[in-house]
Design a protein. Structure first.
Length: 92
């Protein structure tokens, strides 16, 4: 599967925020997932947060998500790679 990541925002102004980046994921140039967030956990690992909406009972639910841990790892790796490349470009 072809995974393309568009990093739209990188948080460089608020170091206290856990949000590191926001962007889109395009799968096989055919399916767009918007508003994916890259969150830094306490141990400095990155976590990919999928788009979500508030349900009728006020709970947050993902609108889409990977079905297997292997695919989640693939998406996270692609997003982190794009994030790091975006950071390098900002620092150049």
């Amino acid at each position: 599967m072809n995974i393309r990541v568009e990093v739209r925002f990188v948080n460089t102004t608020n170091p206290k925020s856990k949000l590191r980046a926001r962007g889109n994921i395009i799968l096989n140039e055919s399916f767009l997932v918007r508003n994916v967030r890259l969150i830094e956990k306490k141990n400095k690992e990155m976590y990919l947060s999928m788009p979500s909406v508030k349900s009728f009972d006020e709970a947050w639910e993902n609108t889409c998500h990977p079905l297997t841990p292997e695919f989640r790892n693939e998406l996270e790796a692609a997003f982190v790679k794009a994030f790091n490349e975006h950071l390098k470009a900002l620092q150049a």
